[in-house]
Design a protein around this ligand. Sequence first.
Ligand code: ADP
Ligand code: DP6
Ligand code: CO
Length: 330
Amino acid sequence: MSNQAYVRAHTNIALIKYWGKRDEIDFLPMNSSLSMTLDKLYTDTMVVFDDSFAQDSFYLNGEKQGEKETKKISKFLDLFREEKKTAMRARVESINHVPTAAGLASSASAFAALAGAANLALGLDLDPQRLSTFARRGSGSATRSIYGGFVEWDMGTCSDDSFAVPVDDASWDIGMVIVAVNQKAKEVSSRIGMKRTVETSPFYPAWVESAKKDIQDIKAAIAAKDFIRLGEITEANGMKMHGTMLGAEPPFSYWEPDSIVAIKTAQTLRKQGIPCYVTMDAGPNVKVLCRLSQAETIKQALLEHFTEDKLIITKPGKGIRELTAAERAV
Ligand code: ADP
Ligand code: DP6
Ligand code: CO
């Protein structure tokens, strides 16, 4: 056995958000969430386990990472080592084809890719559902990146049944225009931001209640392939999540002036008869959910305010997969 594997995982954007943990050790969420996996943004990760390694090492985009980042990886790999009953240390090399920590869900593709690679490298043969429970303990949003299309993360009752469920392959006329307002790393990580919100925002219980209804409604919209309803629920859910942060102590927001510019552009397009809806994660970047066939038109409208390099059109992406020899850049 080679003990080495290369895996690609795509990021996903939540249409019904995960924003808050009921258990921080096991990464159990307060509510179920639902996302769309994205074709254009992904992470490629290589992991190799070897008896001769004295410690784990971690390279991101070609740069050796410091103690803090490496510790995070070690803790995550421990889950796989426990399962395999091995003490072998590992070397991890990862390339993000997505800005790191900028609110474009790098942690989702990162931990789904690492989970997939560790599973293969150690020959664990975990099925996708079980693998998603491992990915979850690296980053909650990574739970959903195991699968492609529309994916639900069922909040479950315990660590074993809080996993991802594929809902629909999204192979209808669906796309997204990403407005990368600011690709710099954010000041408040998702982890810290959601913790502060759960602990201090009086709006938080209302958010959880309404997210429970939203997820039922969006699943009905997906089953009916009702794009307008899908978009309306997505936009409303995202706005509610950002509202909870304004109620936190101290209050915070990921929005920047250009976020509003992008939101207003989408609203104007809608008035002109082009259905498109916005959502934002823990960052200033705006994602415009649209019909893939109209993505180019939407991009043209956004080009009045943003430069070409800030606009990314993507279709729905697929689940994790092993990289072919030719694709192995890392
Ligand atoms: P994002 O919006 O990008 O998901 P988060 O704050 O949720 O931002 O997560 C960013 C963190 O995820 C990084 O600080 C790093 O710890 C981790 N991360 C990002 N990319 C990778 C990668 N390729 N491999 C391992 N960990 C990664
Ligand atoms: C706003 O999964 O990045 O993007 O579980 O602490 O690693 P941790 O947080 P993370 O949070 C994602 C928050 C979100 C919404 C979502 O993706 O559902
Ligand atoms: Co994240």
